[in-house]
Design a protein around this ligand. Structure first.
Ligand code: MN
Ligand code: MN
Length: 338
């Protein structure tokens, strides 16, 4: 924003302070400067934030390819091209609310339970004052401490989980906390409203039929990729919104819900996934849903090509932040010129 965009002094005195948006790309080129998400201000540079984007560079819970610890930096780099107006949702997500980049949560790579404790503590601290978190992983293990932090405020939340995988397995090699188990542990801990939770995008071979049975017994609903293909997107959107109702929702997006053609840079790829267009369409339908927290996880840059996966993840995060944006009062002028 340039000074010319500021309201006159008398108007500024009467109006609430304007939110600080991204760097003005007509002044500082998008490829210049240190990467924060969407070139937003750092959290310490604003008085408070409605939404904090925070990275969790942790991947000690993976079962196959490692590398998602480098996800936050990679997604931030790919988010430089995001622009302030979202025509698909008709919102300016960075001006109608204060969004800021909170940097990364330091998590011990040699101690999964220790890291989970660190992530929960940091998330709880960031949430103070009503800030909602959009977390960039990291592997899916991090959803457990993030759900603990959200449930501490809201009680059990509806979980909307986009993933090729159920992530409700019990243990791997005897380990109870991995990227394949967060929603089992969270269910056992009473963090999830299982009357309103669902997985979207499930596909691929499983260990046995009991995987699906166990998941259904916990209470999750499923919209599989096959159902998406056969029933179409409008029906899937309808089922998703009906399932969530008006409950507080925690939204968790494993980037491997996308087909490897759209998101090769991930740890456990499965063929036959969603297109990025399908995923973005479903996320846009969440406008008006009470999203109390969200994550985008499992971006592993070592397997990415041409930033495809990171660009997809950046756009996923952007659509989520847009869906979390409050409506402008009908009589208010646009927060900033477009
Ligand atoms: Mn997955
Ligand atoms: Mn997952």
């Amino acid at each position: 924003m340039t000074n010319d965009d500021q309201p006159p002094a008398d108007q500024a005195a009467a109006d609430p302070p304007q939110n600080v948006g991204p760097l003005d790309a007509s002044v500082t080129p998008r490829y210049a400067g240190i990467a924060t998400f969407a070139r937003l201000p750092r959290l310490e540079d604003v008085p408070r934030a409605d939404i904090a984007v925070v990275g969790v560079p942790f991947d000690s819970g993976v079962s196959y390819r490692p590398g998602a610890r480098f996800g936050p930096a990679h997604v931030r780099e790919a988010s430089r091209l995001l622009r302030p107006y979202n025509p698909a949702q008709d919102v300016e997500p960075f001006f109608q609310q204060q969004v800021a980049d909170a940097g990364d949560i330091a998590a011990n790579p040699f101690d999964i339970l220790g890291a989970v404790g660190q992530i929960e503590a940091a998330a709880r601290a960031l949430q103070q004052g009503g800030t909602r978190l959009l977390t960039i992983g990291g592997d899916h293990t991090i959803a457990l401490p993030l759900l603990r932090a959200v449930a501490a405020i809201h009680g059990p939340v509806a979980v909307l989980h986009f993933d090729a995988h159920l992530d409700t397995w019990d243990t791997y090699f005897g380990a109870p906390v991995t990227h394949g188990t967060p929603f089992r542990r969270a269910s056992e801990e009473g963090l999830i409203d299982l009357t309103a939770s669902l997985h979207v995008g499930i596909r691929g071979p499983l260990y046995s039929r009991s995987d699906l049975r166990d998941d259904a017994r916990l209470g999750f609903a499923v919209i599989s990729c096959q159902e998406l293909e056969l029933e179409g997107l409008p029906r899937a959107v309808e089922r998703m919104l009906a399932r969530l109702g008006n409950r507080p929702v925690y939204l968790s997006v494993d980037i491997d819900v996308l087909d490897p053609a759209h998101a090769p840079g991930t740890g456990t790829p499965e063929a036959g996934g969603m297109t990025s267009r399908e995923l973005l369409t479903m996320l846009r339908a969440l406008r008006g849903v009470n999203i109390v927290g969200a994550d985008v996880v499992e971006v592993a840059p070592a397997y990415d090509h041409a930033q495809n996966t990171a660009v997809a993840a950046a756009h996923v995060a952007y659509e989520i932040i847009s869906a979390m944006t409050p409506d402008l009062p009908p009589d208010s002028p646009a927060a900033t010129p477009i």
